[in-house]
Write a protein that binds this ligand. Structure first.
Ligand code: AKB
Length: 320
């Protein structure tokens, strides 16, 4: 029976992933953790939750022992924008936190570890269109380089210790439950909130900036599908490219304007433009499709329809 620890379950992806996992594996078998940010009431009410910093090895070990954990999902990370403002923090959380997770999983002979990676592993030298599974990985951000090192570290634990470690390179993730924090792709979430609240948005990257993106239901589906895939059939482990859609900011704004004609967008690029420019337009996710059957459900129009509907409900209830 799985006893799953979701490190970072107050964050954008963790807060939704944990609720789906509790539905599948049982509320008491999926333990949430957070460092500082308060988790949602739904996360607190539906099962156990512990506050600690995964960079503190003893705290992580004690919680794993307390709940007899045999699967860790490590969603804790400092993303690209915050990482450039505080590179040492990014290194500490993304590398030391990961090393603690892998070491404790090895010592406790756990069943599985899942560690997300990101399109931030790419950089100059990576082909811009359909970034291949195997390609140049020379990121320019601290976040990106911790993700490259993290992928290699995870594969090291697979090869040297036979630990079941899996991971996937998330594109920008768009959702309406929990706001993302500190990423470059955050504009693709903020634009929807501002469209509902103020009918206008000033974007921090230029209108022709094109990046790989994914709607949260697909992100959750991909994560759980990879968890449940037959490990013996995987040729890759910690670095699956994962695609769903690719659009530039103008195309995103146009899909909102179709539904809110008075919506206006302006542009004031900041330091995140250089980060976005260093990432590819889209990715080739053939390996994920072939090895564990990956197939996304949402395109831009379906996502915009659902995002605006759900954010409007929050707005009507006075929650935003
Ligand atoms: C970021 O923008 O830093 C993240 C990512 C692409 O991993 N959303």
């Amino acid at each position: 029976m799985e006893k799953i620890l979701v490190v970072g379950s107050a964050g954008q992806i963790g807060s939704e992933l944990i609720l789906t996992l509790r539905n599948i594996y049982g509320n008491d078998n999926v333990i949430g953790t957070g460092r500082k940010t308060a988790p949602s009431q739904a996360v607190l009410d539906s099962g156990p939750f512990e506050f600690f910093n995964a960079v503190n090895r003893d705290d992580l070990y004690n919680v794993c022992k307390k709940y007899d954990i045999n699967v860790i999902i490590n969603m804790a990370a400092i993303l690209s924008g915050t990482g450039e403002q505080n590179p040492m923090l990014a290194w500490d959380v993304n590398m030391n936190g990961l090393l603690n997770v892998l070491e404790i999983a090895r010592e406790m002979k756990m069943k599985q570890v899942l560690v997300p990676s990101s399109i931030a592993v790419f950089g100059p030298g990576t082909p811009l269109d359909k970034a291949p599974q195997e390609t140049v990985l020379k990121p320019t951000t601290m976040y990106g380089l911790t993700k490259v090192a993290g992928e290699l570290l995870c594969d090291y634990y697979v090869n040297k210790y036979g630990l079941d470690v899996r991971g996937l390179r998330y594109p920008g993730i768009i959702s309406h439950e929990t706001l993302p924090g500190g990423g470059t792709t955050d504009y693709a979430v903020a634009i929807y909130y501002e469209a509902i609240k103020n009918k206008k948005y000033t974007c921090f990257v230029k209108e022709d900036t094109r990046l790989p993106m994914m709607y949260m239901p697909d992100c959750i589906k991909a994560t759980i599908d990879l968890m449940q895939a037959d490990f013996s059939k995987l040729k890759h482990h910690s670095d699956f490219n994962l695609g769903a859609m690719s659009f530039n900011v103008k195309e995103l704004a146009d899909s909102i304007k179709k539904r809110i004609p008075e919506f206006e967008i302006s542009y004031e690029p900041d330091f995140r433009q250089a980060i976005a420019d260093s990432w590819p337009n889209d990715v080739d996710d053939t390996a994920a499709r072939e090895e564990w059957g990956w197939k996304p459900d949402y395109d831009l129009e379906a996502m915009t329809e659902d995002m605006l509907k759900n954010i409007q409900i929050k707005h009507d209830k006075g929650l935003i």
